[in-house]
Design a protein around this ligand. Structure first.
Ligand code: GCB
Length: 600
């Protein structure tokens, strides 16, 4: 799926701005044939939740409605016009001038629909009904229930089966773009670099709709100079002496595709790509033939007021803060991030582990963290959950969306699923097969594992290319006792590397809740001193293992969660606060990471 761009043959309209907004109390039915019966507004794109002073609206579970009006300039009406949502969380029914024109389920991937047949000459009314319901069929997974109030009206309840606030709404840009009637539908770029000669074969496939005499592909370097060209919808072009895309040293080529009819260029699209090679070999993670060490974070799309909504200044700041600390990577925990963030990472040379929204796939996870230490824990996740279809769909959508991104180095198929329980392998095997088959660049795949899934109990390790561990020794297990935590960390890594000598191992989560400004002479948990000691302990152990290929801590910044007795206005494991001020540990990590060499 192509990112919407203005090109010489395409125009882009942005529907960002104030939209009418209301929650649906399911008392009086809303008729999308009529304008929404309300004058309240929210700003789009953003989560609706934190734009209100009302607790009722913020915590509403069920359906909400958004509406905007727009015009299309006359000269554009002869073009094919496509309405495109960067995402709609978590399920959307879209009406144009009162008619339902599309529906999409899954809150973190784009979808689009042609609108020519539904347009009026002026004052088009676009209405979107959204659901933020999560249950045992959706990703993420929610615990869903219904009750009735005293008047018999339905009350819906979603209890997040995961540790982040269930922000929802039109959280990413909504756009209309034009194409000619016959158009370029998709472009797939697969670079294959010969590292010895540094020449690269670029395999390019172009999907078109309608009829063209010819499709021409021109490769341009970052200065816009042509380096290769050819014709055909499936071809291989060679770049001699290719400039590699390297972590923290990005270099982007452009594949300019021209679709030609009667000697005239009808449609043009420019797709950026990087030339780089990703391999997992001899228990190393190789980028361009050299061992890569992940330094970075699990993150969230989370900021004040925007909620999970697109916030480009915050994205830019986050990347600057990461680079300033010597970090080189992050994981899109726990859902695909905006396309704009992926494009930014392409430009900045940030290495991304691209995660699906498969989080909460464990029916038994509750308050009792003692289960984390168990060696024979079992639950009934795989008989209760019905997420396989949503999971397959989202793997397809995320690969379709992100396949050409240079920054994407690995797919994460799930976060902390019950991979230790009976039925897990049968659930995951087809999903891993599907991901491997669909990814044209054949990138490695992994999932991040919860503590009960250890070298003895995890049924699915054979599926992963990289062992990715989420571990909380010294925090959820043996809180405050860093000596025992150090031993446990070491013992487990030893066991993993002995049992799976061919697989690289990394940490994709480890961390300690820390209240900024809280200090302790006794290095107590929640203090800034403890957070620093915790990371020093973990770093020391990591450095003992040659097959240890990276540390992505939890979390880049404090973030909002549902409330509960373990959370004080959210999760405080950030090394930055939610407003991106550093906690004390940032200095230590900056010093550590800037001294672990990168390559270029
Ligand atoms: C985890 C989850 C993450 C939580 C984190 C925590 O294992 O993957 O979503 O936020 O632990 O802080 O509890």
């Amino acid at each position: 799926m192509l990112y919407p761009l203005t090109t010489p043959s395409r125009t882009l309209l942005d529907l960002s701005g104030l939209w009418k907004f209301m929650i649906d109390e399911e008392i009086n039915p809303i008729d999308p044939k009529k304008p929404l019966p309300i004058e309240d507004v929210i700003s789009v794109p953003a989560s609706f939740n934190d734009q209100t002073a009302s607790k009722k609206i913020r915590e509403h579970n069920g359906f909400v409605w958004c509406e905007t009006n727009f015009d299309i300039a006359k000269p554009l009406r002869s073009q094919r016009l496509v309405l495109r949502f960067g995402s709609a969380t978590h399920e959307a029914w879209v009406y144009l001038n009162g008619k339902e024109i599309t529906h999409h389920k899954g809150g973190f991937t784009p979808f689009e629909v042609e609108i020519n047949d539904y347009l009026k000459d002026s004052n088009n009314r676009l209405t979107v009904k959204l659901s933020n319901i999560l249950d045992y069929t959706t990703l993420p997974v929610g615990n869903y229930s219904e009750t009735r109030d005293k008047d018999g009206h339905i009350q819906r309840h979603v209890d997040e089966n995961f540790d982040f606030f269930n922000y929802a709404g039109l959280q990413r840009p909504v756009k209309i773009y034009s194409t000619p009637k016959d158009y370029i539908g998709d472009i797939t770029v697969v670079p294959d670099v010969d590292l010895e000669k540094s020449n690269a074969d670029i395999h390019i496939k172009v999907a078109t709709e309608g009829h063209f005499d010819e499709v021409k592909v021109t490769l341009l370097n970052q200065d816009g100079v042509q380096v290769a060209s050819g014709t055909g919808v499936d071809q291989t072009l060679q770049i001699v002496d290719a400039h590699l895309w390297q972590p923290l040293h990005a270099y982007l080529y452009t594949a300019k595709v021209d679709a030609i009819e009667n000697g005239e260029v009808v449609d043009t699209y420019s797709e950026e790509f990087g030339v780089r090679k990703i391999e997992v070999k001899n228990a190393q993670f190789l980028i361009n033939g050299k061992p890569f060490y992940f330094k970075g974070f699990g993150k969230h799309e989370d900021s004040y007021v925007h909620g999970r909504g697109f916030n480009e200044p915050v994205n830019v700041l986050d990347i600057h803060l990461m680079k300033d600390m010597g970090a080189n990577s992050f994981r899109t925990s726990h859902y695909p991030y905006s396309e704009e963030m992926m494009r930014l990472c392409d430009r900045e040379g940030i290495v991304v582990i691209d995660e699906t929204p498969a989080v909460g796939l464990m029916t038994s996870f509750g308050f009792d963290v003692s289960m984390l230490e168990s060696d024979d824990y079992q639950d009934d996740t795989w008989t209760k959950l019905k997420t396989a279809e949503a999971h397959r769909q989202v793997i397809k959508e995320i690969i379709d969306r992100d396949k050409n991104h240079a920054c994407v180095a690995m797919w994460s198929i799930a976060n902390e699923a019950a991979t230790f329980s009976k039925g897990a392998y049968e659930y995951f095997k087809p999903l891993f097969d599907e991901a491997h088959e669909l990814d044209p660049q054949k990138r490695p795949c992994t999932y991040t594992s919860i503590m009960m899934a250890n070298p003895k109990t995890d049924n699915c390790i054979s599926l992963v290319d990289v062992i990715a561990l989420n571990r909380y020794y010294g925090w959820y297990v043996g809180n405050g006792d860093l000596e025992t935590a150090e031993r446990a960390t070491r013992d487990e890594l030893k066991e993993y590397s002995e049992k799976f000598p061919d697989k690289p191992i990394m940490y994709t989560e480890y961390g300690a809740d820390t209240i900024p400004g809280l200090h302790s002479n006794y290095d107590e948990p929640f203090s800034e001193e403890f957070q620093e000691d915790y990371y020093r302990m973990a770093s020391k152990v990591f450095d003992e293992f040659p097959h240890f290929v990276g540390e992505q801590l939890w979390n880049f910044a404090d973030f909002q969660t549902k409330f509960g007795i373990q959370r004080v206005q959210g999760n405080k494991k950030g090394i930055f606060t939610r407003s991106r001020e550093p906690k004390m540990v940032v200095r230590y990590l900056k010093n550590r990471w800037t001294n672990i060499p990168n390559f270029d």
